[in-house]
Design a protein around this ligand. Structure first.
Ligand code: PLP
Length: 377
């Protein structure tokens, strides 16, 4: 495979070499953290060190952390686990949630729960008025994401959570995209539960965690040997968890600082006629979600891929579908414009030169596509 410039860090990130180095020694060892012998004890110690590293990166206490197989499982554990600890009543999610929150929330309807969906404003921010309306009826659990995976729009979770908690609701936030790109502190967010994922920050795929207030009566999704204090059974993947811990530790020395590069990208995109979704809302500093009127997003993504730039159309997690992005639909974007949506998500290794190269390639591909349309007409 020839190497492209990778501009799709919200989908996944390259494994940080320092993370790989930390994981390597654990790959050959019979490391079951429940065993009493020296191998088991070493694994337990590595597991607890990783727990401390992840907890430190997210402003939580290590005892609040449940390791999971990723952000998806953490979201499912939050929604299903918290609801299963309560009598069926109502839960609410925002209309822009990732399917890892939306689907389990919908699945609770089959278990007798009522589901309310809270809309967003045109800029992608959750409507505080709609949240207030939803909370006029009793709601047991509200889930609202901190940073959107497509637009990068950031929500004012402390204020929204305060509204929900005042009405007696528990609050979960999906912070998968926030970790490593913006300040993240569980205590400051004023929520009861928060999901994070390892592979968005240079850690291995298949790692994640739910941070959960110990006072929340949460049921497990997986029953078995009682690992993670009974909240997530299954022999822990020590090598991967060590990698997740190291990736979190590295965040302290490599916080994402690419906002100026992203802004120069957006200046170039706008000169090419692009509309940037959520442009005026607070956003992650690495993410640009845009469309150029009259240009199909899928076609542009394939053309850019051939030109050596890996970007995404819509959300990678739902990219099997050719339907317009539900996030853009929730923001009231015209479906024909939404069909043109392309996401660029930069990482710490991307440079200003790569962005300039991208803008040149874009210009070339756009004129080619426009010429082809002119010939066809
Ligand atoms: N939540 C958000 C906002 C995401 O962007 C993703 C993945 O892209 C997930 C959850 C799922 O995380 P994972 O891939 O670790 O299962």
């Amino acid at each position: 495979m020839t190497r492209s410039v990778y501009f799709d860090h919200n989908a996944t990130t390259p494994l940080n070499p320092a993370v790989k180095e930390a994981m390597w020694p654990w790959l050959g060892i019979p490391a079951n953290a429940s065993s009493r012998h020296q191998f088991g004890r070493a694994a337990r110690q590595a597991l607890e060190t990783a727990r401390e590293q992840v907890a430190a990166a997210v402003g939580a206490h290590p005892s609040q952390l449940v390791f999971t197989s990723g952000g998806t499982e953490a979201d499912n554990l939050a929604i299903r686990g918290i609801c299963d600890g309560l009598k069926p009543s109502s839960l609410a999610v925002s209309s822009i949630e990732h399917p890892a929150v939306m689907r389990p929330a919908q699945s609770m309807q089959q278990r007798g729960w009522k589901l309310a969906v809270i809309g967003v404003e045109a800029d992608g921010r959750i409507s505080a008025d709609q949240l207030a309306d939803t909370l006029a009826q009793p709601v047991a659990l509200v889930s609202m994401m901190l940073a959107n995976n497509e637009t990068g729009v950031l929500q004012d979770i402390p204020a929204l959570a305060e509204m929900a908690r005042k009405r007696g609701a528990l609050v979960h936030t999906d912070a998968v995209q926030a970790l490593g790109k913006t300040r993240l502190n569980f205590a400051e967010l004023n929520v009861n539960a928060m999901s994070v994922s390892g592979h968005k920050i240079g850690g291995p795929q298949g790692t994640g965690a739910l941070i959960v207030d110990k006072r929340v009566d949460m049921q497990a999704l997986l029953y078995g040997g009682g690992q993670e204090k009974g909240r997530r059974s299954g022999t822990e993947n020590i090598a991967a968890i060590v990698g997740f811990g190291r990736a979190c530790e590295l965040l302290a020395s490599y916080p994402y600082q690419g906002e100026a590069v992203r802004n120069s990208l957006e200046t170039g995109l706008k000169q090419a006629g692009a509309i940037i979704f959520g442009e005026n809302a607070p956003r992650l500093p690495n993410t640009t979600f845009f469309a150029i009127p009259g240009i199909d997003g899928e076609t542009l993504v394939m053309a850019l891929d051939r030109a050596g730039f890996a970007v995404a159309s819509g959300s990678a997690c739902s990219s099997d579908s050719s339907d317009p992005s539900p996030v853009l639909m929730a923001m009231g974007v015209d479906p024909s414009l939404a069909q043109g949506a392309v996401r660029i998500s930069l990482g710490p290794e991307n440079t200003a030169e790569e962005v300039q190269g991208f803008l040149l390639a874009l210009q070339y591909e756009l004129s080619r596509m426009q010429n082809m349309t002119a010939i066809a007409v």
